[in-house]
Ligand binder design. Structure first.
Ligand SMILES: Nc1ncnc2c1ncn2[C@@H]1O[C@H](COP(=O)(O)OP(=O)(O)OP(=O)(O)O)[C@@H](O)[C@H]1O
Ligand SMILES: O=C(O)[C@@H](O)C(=O)CO
Length: 420
């Protein structure tokens, strides 16, 4: 049996996170970056993900791209769909979660859609409709300072309500906690009251499992990767899915780590790795002044490849990032560093690197584009939500795309541990 779940993800690292959770539950997963130009070859896959970069673009464009992705997935036989967004519900008051989900629901004639960003394993939970990150309300978790999508309200019923014409309601903890029967009855009552978009409380994986069974009849589901994983597990329990472990990923060739994420978690991970192995900093001010270049960075890193993995990073603390942004402008600094790390990645692949770990969503997107990677299959996980993936085209590359906030301090060491 195959073609169980067609997925649309609103960014690249989030898409690999989703792939990891589906794969963990036994699905064979195809992940395509961007809208495919040629027909999608989903033969033999249980799930296909089309990864967009639609999280922070104008809502109209996000809707257009998501509907195009839906059409691609339908054209190859998928009939049930999952819209993946961030477990911290990253969006602005205008979208894009509400408008995209609304357009997908209209197209699919979905009378009820669950919204379930909860990802307990990574500290994201929803209680009384409020999103918590490691026990802190979303608007006090650091997300209130996010540069693109500052989240200043933890009440998801209110946040989603501002973004959509659909009526939004809450499936509360009191119903989800007791189990399938009461949760299903409460969900049906919400629909009877005219609610179409249902924010669901979930504090642990058991709750996500309950919700996955309640959502069985739904054509469209939305949320974080953990909810999708629970849906995949439900397919497995209903014997729609034969469980299989993710395939191994080819691990020959030199390894490099490229980090453009400046999240607190990545700063700690980079600091830990720098103590133990070769690392090369990329300083935006030196780069802008012409005192450093892609060629110099590639050459200095390439010299050390035979000794073990090399790291190239622009990761810096808030003060240094702020100084670069004041001097160069926020967008210009970002664009320059993303372009630099992307071209460094391409230069290192030319030098024989075949294993690349990328830290940061925007950084990963830029590297994937520069390398011309179109499709990958999902391999084993390094950390919750961060799998190795393998490109389907030559040269075969093992890649890992790490969301800024994911992974423990020893993430880069674990990346290699998993690899061996
Ligand atoms: N030293 C620096 N100074 C200014 N900007 C930087 C610096 N280093 C990285 N940046 C920029 O900061 C942004 C980091 O975004 P990115 O999405 O890569 O990481 P993230 O936000 O931590 O990850 P995620 O989106 O997965 O949470 C990029 O545009 C990057 O180029
Ligand atoms: O859901 C998450 O937290 C991640 O998959 C992600 O989308 C980070 O950008």
């Amino acid at each position: 049996m195959s073609r169980l779940l067609g997925c649309i993800a609103d960014d690249y690292t989030g898409a690999t996170d989703l792939g990891a959770m589906l794969s963990r539950a036994g699905m064979r997963v195809l992940l395509h970056f961007g809208l495919p130009e040629n027909p999608l070859n989903a033969a033999g896959y249980d799930a296909a993900i089309i990864a967009l970069k639609s999280r922070s673009i104008p809502a109209r464009d996000a809707v257009e791209q998501s509907l195009a992705a839906l059409a691609v997935l339908r054209s190859v036989g998928f009939a049930r769909f999952f819209f993946k967004y961030c477990s911290t519900f990253d969006s602005t008051d205008k979208g894009n979660i509400g408008p995209v989900a609304g357009a997908l629901a209209d197209t699919l004639d979905a009378s009820r859609v669950f919204f379930c960003p909860s990802f307990p394993e990574n500290g994201r939970t929803v209680y009384c409709g409020h999103l918590f990150v490691n026990g802190k309300p979303l608007h006090e978790s650091g997300m209130e300072r996010h540069p693109l999508n500052p989240m200043t309200d933890a009440d998801l019923v209110r946040v989603l309500g501002r973004q959509t014409k659909q009526t939004v309601g809450l499936l509360p903890y009191s119903a989800v906690e007791v189990g399938f029967g009461p949760a299903e009855t409460a969900a049906d009552e919400l629909v009877a009251q005219g609610v179409q978009f249902v924010i669901a409380d979930a504090l642990k994986d058991l709750h996500l499992g309950t919700l996955a069974f309640v959502a069985e009849r739904d054509v469209l589901m939305t949320g974080g990767s953990a909810f999708a994983g629970a849906i995949a597990q439900a397919c497995h329990m209903r014997r729609e899915l034969a469980f299989r472990l993710p395939d191994a990923v080819g691990m020959e060739g030199y390894a490099a780590f490229l980090s453009g994420s400046c999240s607190a978690a990545t700063q700690r991970q980079v600091a830990a790795f720098r103590k133990a192995a070769f690392s090369r900093a990329v300083d935006p001010l030196r780069l802008a002044a012409g005192d450093d270049s892609v060629r110099k960075i590639v050459d200095s890193a390439a010299e050390r490849l035979a000794d073990g993995p090399v790291m190239v990073y622009s990761t810096a603390d808030l003060a240094a990032v702020g100084a670069a942004q004041r001097e160069l402008g926020v967008e210009a600094a970002s664009a320059m560093l993303e372009d630099t790390l992307a071209r460094v990645a391409a230069g290192l692949v030319e030098k024989g690197v075949r294993r690349l770990v990328l830290a940061g969503g925007e950084t990963s997107g830029a590297v994937i584009r520069e390398l011309g990677v179109e499709a990958v299959r999902i391999g084993p996980e390094i950390a919750p939500g961060v799998p190795w993936v393998e490109t389907l085209d030559e040269p075969r590359l093992a890649l890992a795309l790490k969301s800024g906030n994911f992974g423990a301090d020893d993430f880069f060491f674990r990346a290699l541990g998993t690899a061996q």
